[in-house]
Write a protein that binds this ligand. Structure first.
Ligand code: SAH
Ligand code: SF4
Length: 410
């Protein structure tokens, strides 16, 4: 069979894989063995299946493939140990993933598309424009490649769909990928981040097993969200919030509201108050993400000062909103999604992959905050916490000047 005609078995949902294998191999336990090699051990060649007869492996290889994307570049580790992977797909498209050690646990950030059509104005991937949907095998392949490379025990893995692309615009393949990942990673250890694709969120709500949901809110009102996230015109903010209020949130979980802080644009205490009001009624916590600056972003888009970040976070906390502040893991390794790929393409921008630092009480009450934070939380691990965020904020700190372009078109 022509190699390009062979099915990549890693692209099949577990039930379809099982049916396909049972048609082809016997006795039935062989199908189970092969499935385990693929979904539990992350095999990327039939040769690795040493307990499967050699002849059968050869027959399988004639008919099928179990390919993963090829690693073309890995950045040296950042001081926090995170590394970025650049993969080449079969059609030579490039995608990125990030390995992030976080104390006892390890997170892998996966791409779901080779670009993004949503086109948020602050985002590197959006700057590249649309790219094709990744297949399940290409997503699972990112995961297992990094797991193997770093010998991470699967029970210590977290997975986040926060790399390149909008996962809910690649819904079917992402759900198949989730079903494969659930074999080794619990749904509560997986987070899917979306720009707010309402039909996709509604479909997620109906799934029997769901990952954690993160929604990129990024603005406290419709007008500003339409400016920086044009998808808001298609899926209006008030409708999105209504859907999130109805979303079934499992016990012990929250919906994460991601909020990229842009200096002088959406980072004032008034903006925090508006955000607190906007998310009222949603079982949510906010994840504040200081903007990762990049030369290709609009010039006025800057990361807020630490004092401004503190003021924003304090204002949210004073409105009883639980907040985490994410600090970039990527700066030292130029490891933002899109940036590595951008080296080989003229139009690159920098990115994000910040880490969470839990913040439940006002910044002046560091001791109380730590007491309220679970012992295994990343903010308890000194190498992960960015203490600047917890500095008491004095009233003597002057308010940052609002940016002249605040609320205006660029
Ligand atoms: N498309 C999905 C998931 C990928 S983007 C989504 O938008 O949610 C993952 C996160 O990175 C989003 O919360 C997005 O707001 C954030 N992000 C994008 N560009 C950024 C930048 N320049 N600085 C900081 N965070 C950024
Ligand atoms: Fe796409 Fe998410 Fe970037 Fe927006 S933030 S352009 S949805 S990847």
């Amino acid at each position: 069979m022509n190699p390009s005609e062979r099915i990549n078995l890693h692209d099949l949902a577990p039930l379809t894989l099982d049916a396909t294998l049972r048609d082809f191999v016997s006795p039935p336990f062989r199908a189970k063995q092969i499935e385990e090699w693929m979904h539990v051990r992350g095999a990327s060649s039939f040769e690795q299946m040493t307990n499967v007869p050699k002849e059968l492996r050869a027959q399988l290889a004639e008919r099928f493939t179990i390919d993963f994307p090829r690693v073309v570049e890995v950045t040296p580790p950042a001081p926090d140990g995170s590394r970025k992977y650049l993969f080449a797909l079969a059609d030579q498209q490039r995608i990125e993933s990030v390995y992030m050690p976080m104390g006892d646990r390890t997170s892998v950030c996966l791409s779901s598309q080779a670009g993004c059509a949503v086109g948020c104005t602050f985002c590197v991937t959006g700057f590249f424009g649309a790219g094709r949907n990744l297949t399940p095998g290409e997503m699972v392949g990112q995961f297992f490649t990094i797991v193997h490379e770093h010998q991470v025990p699967l029970e210590l893995m977290n997975v986040v769909f926060m790399g390149m692309g909008e996962p809910l615009l690649n819904y079917e393949n992402v759900v198949t990928t989730l079903d494969i990942l659930y074999r080794t990673v619990a749904p509560k250890r997986i987070t899917l981040s979306t720009s707010g694709i309402i039909p996709g969120i509604e479909d997620l709500a109906r799934l029997p097993r769901r990952p954690n949901l993160a929604v990129s809110i990024n603005a406290p009102d419709r007008e500003r969200r339409e400016e920086i996230m044009p998808i808001t015109k298609k899926y209006p903010l008030d409708e999105l919030m209504a859907v999130l209020r109805r979303f079934p949130v499992e016990k012990g979980r929250d919906i994460t509201m991601e909020y990229v802080l842009i200096a002088g644009y959406n980072d004032s205490p008034q903006d925090a108050a508006a955000l607190a009001k906007l998310i009222r009624g949603v079982h949510a916590k906010v994840n504040a993400i200081p903007l990762n600056e990049d030369a290709n972003l609009p010039k006025w888009m800057k990361r807020p000062s630490d004092a401004a970040i503190d003021r924003f976070v304090d204002a949210l906390v004073s409105h009883d909103v639980r907040v985490t502040v994410r600090r970039s893991k990527g700066r030292d390794i130029a490891a933002a999604c899109g940036q590595l790929r951008g080296k080989s393409e003229p139009r690159s921008r920098a990115s994000r992959h910040p880490e969470p630092v839990e913040r439940r009480t006002p910044s002046s009450a560091t001791a109380r905050r730590r007491a309220a934070t679970p012992p295994d939380h990343p903010s308890r691990q000194p190498e992960l916490a960015d203490r600047r965020v917890y500095r008491p904020v004095g009233s003597e700190l002057a308010r940052e000047k609002r940016h002249p372009f605040h609320g205006k078109r660029r």
